[in-house]
Design a protein around this ligand. Structure first.
Ligand SMILES: N[C@@H](CCC(=O)N[C@@H](CS)C(=O)NCC(=O)O)C(=O)O
Length: 216
């Protein structure tokens, strides 16, 4: 049995977890999730039925980790992808920032939810523009989240930037573009994206074949 069971769907945040698994060099077995018939193992592991979920088959028994940021942090622990003592503040700060305020700001904008006038103080991200500017300011001065060195925080924060630029939910600021280019050049990023990309292409081909068969 592999060390990790990885429940995922190629067109999902599972892409973040797969990138983390590859950066960590983890031995994993994937379970591809059909939304219409979710595997019992996924539902047992995560009552939300969402992906990604990673089950670590530790010697004393299985450990379930959901939430992309937690999966990234868990896989990094004990490796050189975890922060050094001097990197810990940036590592935690920006990983939590990306998983909380930044994601909320991006989702709110994508859904067309506006923070009512005068209510920014009650909202964790303040406003979309302020959240984006905060991250941009950090990345303009640092090659990676923790400075000069890639850590697992770059998988989670970087995935938000990579995804945000691709889907235009983040603006094309030079600091974001340069950061995304550094990350996209990584072997772990390329290996993970190649797997999900091939799975997406296969699924699209099956869909086209099914549509063609229906039309005959
Ligand atoms: N907070 C979770 C979000 C997980 C999530 O929303 N996953 C989506 C795919 S990107 C999902 O499983 N959607 C299917 C559903 O909710 O039915 C994380 O960071 O991993």
């Amino acid at each position: 049995m592999a060390d990790y069971t990885f429940y995922t769907h190629p067109m999902s945040r599972g892409q973040i977890a797969r990138w983390a698994l590859h950066e960590a060099g983890a031995d994993y077995e994937q379970v591809l999730v059909d939304w219409a018939a979710r595997p019992a193992g996924l539902l047992a592991a995560n009552p939300l039925g969402k992906v990604p979920v990673v089950v670590h088959h530790a010697p004393e028994g299985p450990r379930v980790i959901s939430e992309c940021a937690a999966i990234c942090a868990y896989l990094a622990d004990g490796t050189d992808l975890a922060p050094t003592d001097t990197e810990r503040a940036d590592y935690h700060r920006w990983m939590f920032f990306a998983a909380g305020p930044l994601e909320q700001a991006i989702v709110a904008r994508s859904m067309g939810w506006e923070v009512p006038e005068g209510r920014q103080a009650m909202v964790g991200f303040g406003s979309y523009d302020r959240a984006v500017a905060a991250l941009e300011g950090h990345l303009a001065d640092h090659a990676y989240v923790c400075g000069d060195r890639f850590t697992m925080a770059d998988v989670y924060v970087g995935a938000q930037v990579d995804w945000g630029l691709s889907f235009k939910s983040l603006p094309e600021r030079p600091a974001f573009v340069a950061y995304a280019e550094r990350l996209r050049a990584r072997a772990g990023y390329g290996a993970a994206k190649a797997i999900d990309g091939a799975l997406i292409a296969e699924a699209q081909q099956r869909q086209q074949q099914a549509q063609a068969a229906q039309q005959q």
